[in-house]
Design a protein around this ligand. Structure first.
Ligand code: LMR
Length: 445
């Protein structure tokens, strides 16, 4: 899906269309009752092609419809409704000082997590009040109607910073030129499904999305994998995107960090903002290691503030590891709102400087880490950022015997998962032996 201003060949004149030089500067917004002709979709870059479509609107204020152009039945929608007008951001006094628009892709865009996330992104509370954004929403064929519903609600929210919404089912189109890819969509484990099968099914999705990002995304795209099992999915994704730096891929463990901070704050009787330096080590699974050795409460080591060390080693650790499962028992579905909040936190941690002395947790590619963790995994570790979208590892965190043993268990789990998906990472033939105890996601009990 190419930006309309790059591709459009306007056939009708509208007061909203400007000269070609202005068009080059412009971003787009579709206005349903003012705009009649829209753009052509570029030929897809991969084999399974789709027909050219354009987005058009009726003149009587009905919902916009995608118009077929070559007589075949159209299966994809493009820009949506109010988001289809091309106009010039530099022409308006209020928007003149805004930054260049960024493109954000969200997969699983019709799901519950996205439903919370998209409105936060569009409100400006994530990337800032002068950062216009385009949302590129990826869904399945089955969810295309729901995606239109999402786009309609985004329209109705009148977010000034939201300048473009595209919806689609083809990652090679949706990921075109994206600066951020938030990969949420994944299949949950069904009844009786082996974890090996889950790894394979989701792995295929993330391998394809990795290839698509590699082919069409911005070369410095930042990728945050949320769909479970997110560490191994992130590894598969990055292995299929050799042109994108491996460092740009993250697996979401920020939700675990937030959960750990909450539990420590509760036990210590302080508000959560007093808890800092919280590391989650390892896999987003029940082997993850919430690190109470290095975390701080009001700047003091947790073990000084919470003297019940048995609780820290057992109760606290398990409560974080299994929080997702407990939530499913209560809700009847996995966490959505708090996951969306943690995605926001994870992004903000990369686009704002980390406060002096603190750090955040994110699952990153292990490549020269100082903790002796096996290379070539996606492993959650303590990181810091200058706020430029990049990060560096915090390399002087203390690891005692307790931590080392537990970190090794999470590492072993990730190594075993990696063997299960060797066919998807270019590492040969998969061999899946996940041990006598099947590994669990936090949400599985
Ligand atoms: C969570 O941690 O809440 C989710 O990852 C749970 C799940 O399995 O979806």
């Amino acid at each position: 899906m190419m930006a309309m201003s790059d591709l459009s060949t306007p056939k009708t004149t509208s007061p909203f269309l400007r000269s070609s030089s202005q068009l080059r500067l412009s971003s787009k917004l579709h206005l349903s009752n003012q705009f009649r002709h829209l753009h052509l979709v570029p030929p897809p870059l991969h084999a399974t092609s789709i027909s050219k479509i354009s987005c058009s609107v009726s003149q009587n204020n009905q919902a916009p419809v995608a118009v077929q152009e070559n007589g075949s039945v159209k299966t994809k929608k493009e820009c949506y409704g109010v988001f289809c007008l091309t106009y010039d951001l530099k022409a308006e006094e209020e928007t003149k000082s805004w930054k260049k628009m960024i493109n954000i892709a969200v997969s699983g865009a019709a799901g519950m997590i996205s439903n919370h996330l998209l409105f936060k992104l569009a409100s400006g509370s994530v990337f800032g009040p002068d950062q216009p954004i385009a949302l590129k929403l990826l869904g399945s064929e089955r969810s295309i109607q729901a995606l239109e519903g999402v786009a309609m609600e985004l329209e109705d929210s009148l977010f000034p910073l939201l300048r473009e919404v595209d919806i689609g089912t083809d990652p090679y189109e949706v990921f075109q030129d994206v600066d951020w890819a938030l990969l949420i969509g994944a299949k949950p484990r069904g009844p009786g499904m082996e974890r090996a099968a889950l790894l394979d099914i989701n792995g295929q999705i993330f391998a394809e999305q990795g290839k698509a990002l590699n082919a069409v995304a911005s070369p410095n795209v930042k990728v945050l994998v949320v769909g479970n099992p997110c560490n191994t999915n992130a590894l598969i994704c990055l292995k299929n995107a050799p042109n994108i730096p491996a460092k740009n891929f993250h697996a979401l463990t920020r939700l675990d960090e937030n959960r750990a901070k909450c539990q420590l704050a509760l036990k210590a009787g302080v508000f959560y903002d007093k808890v800092s330096n919280m590391t989650i080590w390892g896999n987003h699974s029940t082997t993850q290691v919430p690190d109470f050795l290095n975390a701080r409460i009001n700047g003091r080591p947790v073990k000084e503030v919470i003297t019940d060390h048995k609780w820290l080693e057992e109760g606290f650790t398990e409560s974080v590891q299994k929080r997702g499962g407990l939530l499913i028992q209560k809700w009847g579905r996995s966490s959505a709102a708090s996951t969306a909040v943690s995605i926001v936190d994870a992004i903000k941690s990369l686009v704002t400087p980390t406060p002096e002395g603190d750090w955040f947790s994110t699952g990153v590619y292990t490549n020269g880490n100082p903790y002796g963790i096996a290379e070539d995994l996606v492993f959650s570790m303590p990181c810091r950022s200058k706020g430029d979208g990049d990060y560096e590892l915090v390399n002087d965190v203390e690891i005692d015997d307790y931590l080392r043993k537990r970190i090794a268990k999470s590492e072993a789990e990730l190594l075993a998962e990696k063997k299960c998906v060797a066919h998807l990472t270019g590492d040969g033939i998969a061999f899946c032996d996940l041990g006598p105890v099947d590994t669990m996601l936090p949400g599985e009990v």
